[in-house]
Design a protein around this ligand. Structure first.
Ligand SMILES: Nc1nc2c(ncn2[C@@H]2O[C@H](COP(=O)(O)OP(=O)(O)OP(=O)(O)O)[C@@H](O)[C@H]2O)c(=O)[nH]1
Ligand SMILES: [Mg+2]
Length: 426
C-alpha cells in the first residue's frame, strides 16, 4: 500500500469567558446579575474535497488553530461563537490520534465532514449562577479549553494510471521526469521490484497519480518474472500507458513487444485489454527510432494514439500528459472500496476518566492532575473569591479532598494543580 502521511497539530478554539456584570438602571439601586456567557470556540473540521488527491497542502502547513469564542458581554449578551476552521482533504483520508492510535475519522465521500478537535464551550456569565440563596453571584466561568491533538493524517494513494511494458523500456525514467518520485533507474531488467507512485501535475494544473510497475515479460500472467502480483495493480488503474522502446535497444521489435504485452494483459484478465491505453513510443532520441516508429504506426493503424517521446531528453512529455489527463476526465473514478461511513459505527475504546490523579513532588507537595480537574481549573477565574470557593466545592465533590486525606495530607501541606498552589485545609 502506498501511503502519504503527515503529522499535524490541531487546536480547537477555547470558549470565551463568561462575564461578571450587574444591571444598572435608573431607580434600581442594586440590579441583578447581567453578565453574558462566552461564545463557543471554533471546531477544527476536516472536509473532503474530491478535487484533491494528495496531502500536499498539509505538508506546508502543519498547525491548525481555530479561533476562540468571544467573551460574554453586559446586559446578558452572549459572546459570538467562532466559525469552525475547515481544512480540505482528499477522499480516502484517515485521521489517527497520535497519542492513542485511535482512528478519529475515515473520510471517503465528497463533502463529508468530521470534527477533529472540538471547540470549548463558552463560560457561563454570572447571571447563570444566580440562585435564591445567592441572587447576585460575584463570579463567572472561564471558557472551556478547546481540544488539542497531535494527529497523523494518512492517505492511501490509488494510482489512476499505470506504466506497463517490458523491462528496461524506460518506465521508471518516465515517472522520474513527470513527477517528484525518485524510482531506481538502471539498464538491467527488473530494476523496479515494487511499484512506485508519483503525483503528476500537468502544465494546465490537472493532476493524477501515476504508478511505475515492474516490467512484464512473456508468461507474466502465469507467474513468470515479477509480473503476476503486479498485474493486480494494473487492474486498479483507469488508464494504461503502454511504454515501448522504439529504438529496439535490445534487438527486439517494437510491434512484437506491443502485442506480447497486450497478450499478457488479456491472459491475466480479459477486462484489462479493454482498459484505455495510450502508447508512449520512448527513446525517440536514439538513431533507429524514427524509422521504427513509422513502421509501428503502419502496423497498428490510426485507432490507437501513439505519442513519440524521450524520457531521457524530456521531449514530447507535455502532449502525452495532456492526453492522459483528457482521457481520465472521460472515465469515472472507481468507487472507493471503503464501506459507506454513515452506516458504519465506529466503536472506540474510551479510557475511563476518574477525573484526577494524585502524585507527590520531590518537595513533598501533592500534585493533582488529570484532564477533568485541569479543565475545571482552567474554567475558574481565580481573581474572584466566589469562583475559588466554587472550585473548592467541585474538588470536594469529585472526592479529591477525601483522597488527599487518605494519602496523608495534613493542614498546611502544599497542593499543586498546573501552575497553581494552595494549602490543604482540613
Ligand atoms: N536513450 C534513452 N534511454 C532511455 C530513455 N528512457 C530510459 N532510458 C534508459 O533505459 C534504461 C532502463 O530505464 P528504466 O527507466 O530503469 O526502465 P524500466 O522500464 O523502469 O525497467 P524495469 O524497472 O527493469 O522494468 C536506463 O538505462 C535508462 O537510462 C530514453 O528516452 N532514451
Ligand atoms: Mg523500472
Amino acid at each position: 500500500m502506498f501511503v502519504d502521511q503527515v503529522s499535524v497539530y490541531v487546536k480547537a478554539g477555547d470558549g470565551g469567558n463568561g462575564l461578571v456584570a450587574y444591571r444598572r438602571e435608573k431607580y434600581v439601586p442594586l440590579g441583578g446579575p447581567a453578565g453574558g456567557d462566552g461564545g463557543n470556540g471554533g471546531d477544527v473540521v476536516f472536509k473532503v474535497d474530491e478535487g484533491l488527491n494528495t496531502l500536499m497542502d498539509l505538508r506546508y502547513n502543519r498547525h491548525f488553530k481555530a479561533k476562540r469564542g468571544e467573551n460574554g458581554m453586559s446586559k446578558n449578551q452572549h459572546g459570538k461563537n467562532s466559525a469552525p476552521l475547515v481544512v480540505s482533504v482528499p477522499p480516502g483520508t484517515t485521521v489517527i490520534d497520535e497519542d492513542t492510535e485511535q482512528v478519529i475519522a475515515d473520510l471517503t465521500i465528497h463533502g463529508q465532514e468530521a470534527v477533529i478537535a472540538k471547540g470549548g464551550r463558552g463560560g457561563r456569565g454570572n447571571s447563570r449562577f444566580a440562585t435564591p440563596r445567592n441572587p447576585a453571584p460575584d463570579f463567572a466561568e472561564n471558557g472551556e479549553p478547546g481540544e488539542e491533538k497531535n494527529i497523523k493524517v494518512e492517505l492511501k494513494l490509488i494510482a489512476d494510471v499505470g506504466l506497463v511494458g517490458f523491462p528496461s523500456v524506460g518506465k521508471s525514467t518516465f515517472l522520474s521526469v513527470v513527477s517528484a518520485a525518485k524510482p531506481k533507474i538502471a539498464d538491467y531488467h527488473f530494476t523496479t521490484l515494487a511499484p512506485n507512485l508519483g503525483v503528476v501535475d500537468t502544465a494546465d494544473n490537472r493532476s493524477f497519480v501515476l504508478a511505475d510497475l515492474p516490467g512484464l515479460i512473456e508468461g507474466a500472467h502465469a507467474g513468470v518474472g515479477l509480473g503476476h502480483q503486479f498485474l493486480r495493480h494494473v487492474e486498479r488503474t483507469r488508464v494504461i500507458i503502454h511504454v515501448i522502446d522504439m529504438a529496439g535497444t535490445e534487438g527486439r521489435d517494437p510491434f512484437d513487444d506491443y502485442q506480447k504485452i497486450n497478450k499478457e494483459l488479456s491472459e491475466y484478465d480479459e477486462k484489462l485489454i479493454t482498459r484505455p491505453q495510450i502508447i508512449a513510443a520512448n527513446k525517440m532520441d536514439m538513431p533507429d527510432a524514427e524509422e521504427n516508429l513509422n513502421q509501428f504506426k503502419e502496423k497498428i493503424g490510426d485507432d490507437i494514439p501513439v505519442y513519440p517521446i524521450s524520457a531521457l531528453t524530456k521531449e514530447g512529455l507535455r502532449d502525452i500528459l495532456f492526453a492522459v489527463a483528457d482521457l481520465l476526465e472521460t472515465i469515472p473514478k472507481f468507487k472507493p472500496e471503503v464501506e459507506e461511513t454513515d452506516e458504519t459505527v465506529v466503536y472506540r475504546y474510551q479510557k475511563e476518566d476518574k477525573g484526577f490523579e494524585i502524585n507527590r513532588d520531590d518537595d513533598g507537595a501533592f500534585v493533582i492532575s488529570g484532564p477533568k480537574i485541569e479543565k475545571l481549573f482552567k474554567m475558574t477565574d481565580f481573581n474572584r473569591d466566589e469562583a475559588v470557593r466554587r472550585f473548592a466545592r467541585q474538588m470536594r465533590s469529585m472526592g479529591v479532598d477525601e483522597e488527599l486525606r487518605k494519602r496523608g495530607a495534613e493542614d498546611g501541606d502544599t497542593i499543586r494543580i498546573l501552575q497553581f498552589e494552595f494549602e490543604f485545609v482540613d
